[in-house]
Design a binder for this molecule. Structure first.
Ligand code: ATP
Length: 281
């Protein structure tokens, strides 16, 4: 990792109550530095969203810890009530549900900018932010319904980054968008996050995009990180059998890699049993 460490996840366990309880994240450690994009990949149900939810304070760690700028992340409810903590921002899969349909775009971006200003930071105006994400400044006066899915996601990105976060957590931010805009929105996120000196935790099943924008990658399988390292190293020389199967998967037209057939019980057992590896320099 280069840059200042902004996120530090240490042996995190996330467990959901039930009979039996589900251990969704099982002892994961990772770091994100300023100016870095760190990707989480892995099949559905491997625990990526649960990890993201613990990072932003929606889930409480059952074990281990999540530290942001060296201190434990306050629970999200407390942050909402006090409004004091905007160092972490989120971008979700569906911008239609994350934007308020009844408020003008400019007012929604201004919320983020106000939070940055309250921390003594130069926030930039909503018009400037719209232009930075490739939309006309005049869109400040419009409501979300006037925009396409890709444009709404650009607006959600503008709102999140106007708050000048130190960390952006993006959970499948491009998977609901048209295939034609996915790569450009991901690249935009990466560039803007680096420009404001933040770090990004980027969750995606789109391996082609991850390869293009992520500095580091963590491959999750059954709640554990089975392989991690600089993205180019992992692509060039993955050694964990799950990563190898994932990377060997035929890319789908949307750029996502999928393991083309249902893996056998033996394969799944081998993936679960193989030791985790760091594929580094
Ligand atoms: N609120 C919940 N209560 C109980 N179990 C849950 C809950 N949320 C997730 N799980 C379980 O935890 C495991 C990990 O789920 P999670 O959503 O974190 O995986 P994921 O890798 O993000 O998957 P996807 O790509 O489908 O979103 C799964 O077995 C899931 O069924």
């Amino acid at each position: 990792m280069t840059g200042t460490r902004v996120l530090d996840v240490e042996r995190l366990v996330v467990r959901y109550p039930g009979h039996p309880p589900v251990t969704a994240v099982d002892g994961v450690s990772l770091e994100v530095g300023t100016g870095r994009t760190v990707a989480l990949v892995g099949e559905s149900g491997s625990g990526k969203s649960s990890l993201a939810r613990a990072v932003v304070g929606i889930e409480r760690p059952a074990e281990g810890q999540v530290r942001f700028d060296g201190a434990p992340v306050p629970p999200l409810g407390l942050r909402r009530r006090t409004g004091a903590f905007t160092g972490i921002q989120m971008v979700f899969q569906d911008p239609s549900t994350s934007l308020n349909p009844r408020r003008r775009i400019g007012d929604q971006i201004a919320d983020g900018a106000r939070a940055a200003a309250a921390r003594g930071q130069q926030p930039g105006t909503p018009e400037e932010w719209l232009e930075r994400v490739g939309l006309p400044a005049a869109a400040v006066a419009s409501y979300p319904h006037a925009f396409s899915g890709g444009q709404k996601q650009r607006i959600a990105i503008a709102r999140a980054l106007a708050a000048r976060p130190r960390l952006l957590v993006a959970d499948e931010p491009i998977s609901a968008l048209d295939a034609s805009t996915q790569a450009s929105v991901a690249q935009l996120m990466r560039d803007l996050v680096a420009e404001i000196g933040a770090g990004m935790l980027f969750i995606s099943h789109d391996l082609a995009v991850v390869r293009r924008i992520a500095d580091d990658v963590h491959v999750m399988y059954a709640g554990r990180v089975v392989e991690s390292g600089p993205t180019d190293r992992v692509w060039a020389g993955a050694t964990h059998p799950y990563t190898r199967a994932l990377l060997a998967a035929v890319p789908e037209p949307d750029g996502a890699g999928r393991i083309p057939r249902a893996p056998s019980t033996e394969e799944r057992a081998a993936w679960a049993d193989a030791p985790a590896v760091y594929t580094g320099a």
